[in-house]
Design a protein around this ligand. Structure first.
Ligand SMILES: *Cc1c(COP(=O)(O)O)cnc(C)c1O
Length: 358
């Protein structure tokens, strides 16, 4: 199968080779070294300040979304949540479950957040934090990080950025943007199996975590930070995936670092977007991220197109859930894909056109 979803995605040969081996015992100085290097490289690629910390949570991206909100905020906070799709909605659900007061900001369909969207909340000292999925992957919208960052600085808000599908795809400078919590996951552009999510935390976020006692055993980040300082985790982590992440981070470093990787993904996206002209699809986002292109087919249901590509062409594109399931599908540009793979997908689209199916 050729995989154009947004995760899990194709891994490189060096990452897959680790998956074929036995998983080693991990309470050892050798594994601690790997973890400390993972933390160092994550901080480097996120462009975090020296006093930032990185935590590796065994669980998918949503685990880090929930753990960060639970540990960094309390009932005394009031959060602004950018809700432009299913991942924004997930932050809303997390606030509801943990009784953290919040107000939603819902951008217009297919649009990013504007300064007009933020204006009603500007200068209101009730608000203490802002949560955003910088690439709202469900709709393929990249929000304006500079705008949000300036707003958070002006209003002294704790800035939580779910960059789960944006890390390694779009430029992010954690320290310059004054981001307090930056999240990513193993199965997106890190192109490893699912099962680990990563949080990079500013000093301010770490201080907040230590300032209150969270009611959770597994998601107690005080304990994760204490253990992480010596390259360990409170419980058995997904050891094999952490070794794969290590390999992947080293490979990126060797191939020119985070800038070169972002450039590679951006080129993969541009190449695809230049080749779909003339096909009966509408690009539905006014602010495209590099990780994914959301498309509305004008002549076929998106769900039918997904099915035919899967069963007859052995290609996975990414279907949408919820209210846009039949209208929108997405093509991912992350993982070990090349422009030649784009050509294979475009050839399938052209064949469908010839058959009169699109
Ligand atoms: C993939 C993704 C997540 C996490 O989803 P999981 O299925 O829990 O890994 C969260 N936010 C965004 C923006 C994502 O793209």
């Amino acid at each position: 199968m050729l995989n154009f979803t947004v995760g899990p995605v194709h891994s490189t040969e060096s990452v897959r080779a680790i998956g074929a081996q036995d998983v080693p015992y991990f309470r050892t100085p050798e594994f601690s070294e790997v973890m400390l290097e993972n933390e160092r490289l994550m901080k480097k690629f996120a462009k975090a300040a020296d006093d930032a910390r990185a935590l590796f949570i065994t669980g998918s991206g949503s685990a880090s979304m929930e753990a960060s909100v639970m540990n960094v905020f309390t009932k005394d906070d009031h959060l602004l949540v950018i809700n432009g799709g299913s991942f924004g909605h997930r932050f809303v659900e997390i606030c509801q479950i943990h009784d953290i007061p919040y107000t939603e900001i819902v951008p217009a369909f297919g649009k990013g957040v504007t300064s007009e969207d933020l204006a009603p909340f500007d200068g209101d000292s009730r608000y203490t934090g802002l949560l955003v999925n910088v690439d709202e992957t469900s709709m393929g919208i990249l929000y304006d990080l500079d705008l949000l960052s300036a707003f958070c600085q002006k209003n002294d808000l704790i800035f939580v950025v779910d960059a789960i599908s944006s890390f390694l795809c779009d430029p992010i400078h954690m320290a310059d943007a004054h981001i307090d919590v930056l999240l990513t996951g193993s199965q997106k552009a890190l192109a490893c199996p699912p099962g680990v999510s990563i949080m990079v935390l500013s000093k301010r976020a770490v201080d907040r975590i230590y300032a209150h006692e969270v009611k959770s055993l597994y998601f107690n980040l005080q304990s994760a930070l204490d253990n992480g300082a010596r390259g360990q985790t409170p419980f058995t982590p997904a050891v094999g995936i952490l070794l794969q992440i290590h390999q992947r981070l080293l490979d990126i470093e060797k191939a020119g670092g985070v800038e070169a990787e972002i450039e590679r993904v951006a080129h993969q996206a541009e190449d695809f977007r230049s080749k779909i002209k003339g096909l009966p699809f509408e690009v539905v986002s006014g602010s495209l991220p590099n990780a994914v292109t959301p498309l509305m087919p004008t002549t076929i249901k998106a769900t039918d197109l997904f099915q035919i590509l899967k069963d007859e062409y052995h290609i996975w594109v990414c279907p949408n859930g919820g209210e846009y399931a039949e209208k929108i599908f997405r093509v991912g540009h992350i993982g070990n894909l090349t422009p030649a793979d784009n050509d294979t997908l475009i050839a399938a689209f052209n064949d469908l056109k010839k058959r009169g199916l699109i």
